[in-house]
Design a protein around this ligand. Structure first.
Ligand SMILES: [Zn+2]
Length: 95
């Protein structure tokens, strides 16, 4: 199973993830916030996004990242949103 080896802030808006298969993935933090998979951002039944891009300021940034088991990470953002659990599988499918 592919896991995260390292995470670093590449620049102000880009989070860089190094995976255990040595693939480097650069993620735009604003897009990451928009892709939040929690029940407050995605409708659990229809799987349609509830969150509107215009609700998210360009200044949104992750403030903390913690691992959840060996399959996901929980990202807290500076807009006060911290319920998003991003599975590695989902992260790998971005970009
Ligand atoms: Zn959310």
């Amino acid at each position: 199973m592919i896991r995260v080896k390292d995470i670093s802030q590449k620049n102000d808006r880009t989070l860089s993830i190094l995976w255990t298969d040595n693939k480097v993935q650069n993620l735009d933090v604003v897009k990451l916030r928009l892709k939040c998979p929690c029940a407050g951002c995605i409708d659990e039944w229809t799987h349609k996004p509830i969150l509107k891009p215009e609700q998210i300021p360009e200044s949104v940034r992750p403030v903390s990242i913690e691992s959840v088991g060996s399959y996901a990470m929980k990202i807290a953002f500076n807009d006060g949103h911290s319920t998003g659990i991003y599975t590695y599988q989902m992260l790998r499918s971005l970009n």
